[in-house]
Design a protein around this ligand. Structure first.
Ligand SMILES: Cc1cc2nc3c(=O)[nH]c(=O)nc-3n(C[C@H](O)[C@H](O)[C@H](O)COP(=O)(O)OP(=O)(O)OC[C@H]3O[C@@H](n4cnc5c(N)ncnc54)[C@H](O)[C@@H]3O)c2cc1C
Ligand code: SF4
Ligand code: SF4
Length: 427
């Protein structure tokens, strides 16, 4: 496959990096992940780096993505396939346990499936993401092995996270593990398993959540400043949602007089602010719904949500492994499956359909104007652009990208530096 870049440094400097962390897992002698406040989690060279082997670029989802599933499989939903990838079943449901359901972002489905995996599914643990200890405006990768761990680490964090930086923990675990991440994280983990037999053997289940884009740390810092938190070191906790559906963005900090203070914003207010800080690669992402995962989860936004409603999840079984696992978790009483209806997917996520629809136009604009363009194979784009978008949206997909090429300096390499304050917070 011909790539638009020569090496990982070029992926980063040409703003194609998603921040997944897989390069640091497959070439740890060369890369480590760090925080670049304006961009996201990024790979930086270690001291005295080993020569690049090419494995990092092979697993990198930023420069290229390729679907290899069997499109002729009669079990797959052929109407949904062009816009939503492989789909076996679509359900609305939720975690059966009330505490997980409440703490989770939507209906706690991801955490409930993970809990079943470790309590009854024969798996050793779950590789996923949590607020960083001592610096909750940042994230860290965690390996959860107990119910208490999972409960503490529920909830979407609209900030950079690189769960693939610790794929080694899955390889060395005593039994298979679950991996939870964004669609690009899961795509990277699936690629890495092809290079690493130990990972292939131990990656027991992959769960992706729907993702409209990951805002940079700058987004979180600016939002904190708006509510009165000037110094992130004064933060005691920061949640982006969950604890109700969709839940509130909630910051707790100690002010200069030593008093504990709390600020809350609705999900809509916080996302409206944060989404302006999404990394560039998210604007040209072909997979917002976890097409490479065994199971994908999202919000069933197909109807207005009443105040105080308990959480619900949209659950998409994408592989036979995922479908069987979902049914076993339901039979064991970990997850409640309420309604099976494929139409819930397009009805719940019209924004993601429009985003995916505009992709062909955006990539054409990039190519015509000489900006780096990732290589995507197996994602029908022209057909979706032609059929799903109106004339205005079609024009916007090209014109909007043309403007962004200049504004985001997409034809030049950018200087991506690690931020000192986040580095010390990581120590
Ligand atoms: C950046 C971002 C964009 C999103 N965009 C959409 C969208 O467009 N449409 C939509 O329906 N929903 C979106 N979501 C929300 C997501 O769909 C819900 O989190 C999902 O429904 C899972 O809910 P749950 O209750 O099953 O998850 P939970 O049981 O609460 O579990 C959430 C899991 O996600 C992991 N996690 C949290 N933040 C991150 C992160 N930044 N990177 C990697 N892993 C993480 C946690 O470790 C946890 O395991 C987004 C979430 C994020 C973080
Ligand atoms: S997308 Fe992932 S693998 Fe590629 S450079 Fe970024 S962190 Fe590394
Ligand atoms: S929009 Fe795509 S590239 Fe961006 S974080 Fe989400 S899955 Fe990754």
């Amino acid at each position: 496959m011909k790539l638009p870049v020569l090496d990982i440094r070029e992926v980063v400097e040409r703003q194609l990096c998603t921040g997944c962390g897989a390069c640091a897992s497959v070439e740890p002698g060369r890369f480590r992940m760090g925080d670049a406040v304006e961009f996201g989690r990024r790979p930086f060279l270690v001291e005295r780096p080993a020569p690049e082997t090419g494995d990092a670029l092979r697993v990198c989802p930023g420069a290229s993505l390729e679907h290899t599933f069997d499109r002729s499989d009669p079990a797959l939903d052929h109407d949904l396939m062009p816009s939503w990838g492989p789909v076996l079943e679509v359900w609305e449901g939720h975690a059966a346990a009330g505490d997980l359901r409440r703490a989770g972002s939507s209906g706690g489905a991801a955490s409930a499936l993970a809990l079943f995996a470790i309590e009854q599914g024969g798996m050793a643990g779950v590789l996923h993401t949590a607020a960083r200890k001592g610096a909750p405006h940042l994230n860290e990768t965690v390996y959860s092995t107990t119910r208490a761990d999972l409960l503490a680490n529920t909830g979407s964090r609209y900030a950079p996270a690189s769960p693939c930086d610790s794929l080694g923990l899955i390889e060395t675990a005593p039994a298979p593990s679950v991996f939870i991440g964004k669609p690009c994280d899961v795509a990277a983990a699936q690629r890495a398993r092809r290079l690493r037999p130990a990972l292939d053997e131990k990656l027991g289940l992959t769960i992706a959540f729907f993702c409209a884009g990951a805002p940079s740390t700058r987004g979180t810092l600016e939002l904190l400043r708006r509510v009165g938190v000037e110094d992130p070191a004064s933060l005691k906790s920061l949640r982006y949602r969950g604890d109700g559906w969709p839940g509130m963005w909630t910051a707790v900090w100690t002010d200069s007089a030593g008093e504990e203070r709390t600020a809350r914003l609705s999900y809509a207010e916080s996302w409206d602010f944060l989404q302006r800080y999404r990394q560039w690669r998210c604007y040209i992402c072909p997979d917002h719904t976890g097409e490479f995962a065994d199971i994908a989860v999202g919000d069933p936004w197909y109807r207005p949500i009443e105040d105080g409603e308990p959480g619900k999840s949209l659950i998409v079984a994408r592989t036979p492994r995922g479908r069987d696992f979902l049914h076993r978790a339901a039979a064991a009483g970990y997850i409640t499956l309420e309604t099976k209806d494929a139409s819930l997917l397009p009805r719940s996520q019209p924004n993601l359909l429009a985003t995916r629809g505009g992709l062909w136009g955006r990539l054409v604009a990039l190519r015509l104007l000489g900006a780096p363009t990732p290589r995507y194979i197996g994602f029908p784009m022209f057909r979706v652009w032609l059929r799903r978008l109106g004339l205005k949206q079609k024009t916007q997909s090209i014109a909007g990208t043309t403007k962004r090429i200049g504004r985001k300096r997409l034809r030049r390499r950018v200087d991506v530096r690690e931020d000192d304050h986040t580095r010390s917070a990581a120590a």
